[in-house]
Ligand binder design. Structure first.
Ligand code: ZN
Length: 341
């Protein structure tokens, strides 16, 4: 089969012929139809410090996918050949306290497909049946291929009660934009999304009913006044990993405000902790998706009118993956989907 491989410890990914993966008794084999390119994949393409430390050379990359089950192990029940599916790319351990309590997303032994284990940028993917998420007819393969990042957005957005709340999202990448759509869907009052990239802010306004703010040109306090916020934002979602964005978020929150943090700062970043203490702010780090509660909620919302389709701005044939990665690396795109059919 064709697969996109980190074949050399340098910038890029390469197509290689690989054997179709063998499956064990508790696995399924998935024929991959569509895949999404993630920010993580860009790190792996660029071969930055994190990628070089984490990803083994020779690995099949990719973790955002939709496809169809074409074979299953002898002990797999409840799944049939031909079932359309996506799946959780975090392969969890079963021994930790967290796992045994059913909090699978907090298992410290987690390994990621396309990062530590063979991934989904290939014609076929081996996946434990446990990780499979069947797709209802209402969710096509394009949306199926972006459920992993939509799940990050849903996990972040549902971290705190948003009904009637004023929400600030810093970072208008695809996950920030989808989180904004989710916040609207579940009943937030005002949703403001900030960035310094006009293309991303335009896309945010197309995908969701939000107020885009370019913080390089506009004063966030003026926007707050225009929206008649008495004190500030009730809930923040930090999606950028940017120091100034986090500072501005802490500054703009109400007393007792809450922050869900998904953005990853590039290194240690100084925080004015006394502000957090005196404003009685709660900060929650968000990692991955709740397995499988986030998936359940996300699929239910998609079936009930949540629309994030326009966050997919580019589609390429898998053979054209170089253009797909260049589009992502330009910073001017939303989600880029590769077609493996
Ligand atoms: Zn991803």
């Amino acid at each position: 089969m064709k697969a996109l491989v980190k074949a050399r410890p340098e910038t890029g990914l390469w197509v290689e012929d690989r054997p179709v993966p063998d499956i064990g008794p508790e696995d399924v084999l998935i024929k991959v139809k569509k895949t999404g390119i993630c920010g993580t994949d860009i790190h792996i393409w660029n071969w930055d410090e994190w990628a070089a430390r984490t990803v083994p050379v020779g690995l099949v990359t990719g973790h955002e996918f939709a496809g169809e089950i074409v074979a299953k192990g002898a002990q797999v029940t409840g799944l049939e050949i031909g079932q359309r599916c996506s799946g959780e790319g975090h392969l969890i351990g079963k021994l930790s306290r967290q796992s045994r309590a059913g909090r699978f997303h907090l298992d410290p032994a987690t390994r990621g497909i396309g990062v530590n284990e063979p991934g989904a940028f290939a014609e076929y993917l081996r996946l434990p049946a446990f990780n499979v998420v069947p797709l209802p007819d209402a969710i096509d393969d394009d949306i199926g291929a972006i459920l992993d990042p939509l799940g990050n957005a849903v996990h972040t957005a549902l971290s705190f009660d948003l009904v009637g709340e004023d929400v600030l999202i810093t970072g208008a990448g695809p996950i920030g934009i989808m989180a904004a759509a989710v916040a609207r869907h579940v009943g937030a009052r005002h949703v403001v999304i900030t960035d310094v990239n006009p293309a991303r802010l335009d896309l945010a306004a197309q995908v969701a009913d939000v107020t885009p703010v370019n913080v390089a040109q506009q004063d966030l306090r003026e926007v707050q006044a225009k929206l008649k916020m008495a004190q500030g934002f009730d809930v923040g979602m930090e999606m950028s990993g940017n120091q100034q964005a986090l500072d501005q978020m802490i500054e703009s929150l109400v007393m007792g405000g809450r922050i869900a943090m998904l953005g990853i700062p590039p290194g240690k970043s100084p925080v004015d902790w006394s502000r957090i203490v005196f404003k009685a702010i709660t900060i929650k780090g968000v990692y991955g998706r709740e397995i499988f509660e986030t998936w359940y909620k996300m699929i239910a919302m998609l079936e009930n009118g949540l629309d994030v389709r326009r966050v997919i701005t580019h589609r390429f044939k898998a053979a054209d993956y170089v253009r797909g990665f260049e589009t992502m690396r330009s910073g001017l795109s939303g989600k880029v989907v590769l077609d493996w059919t």
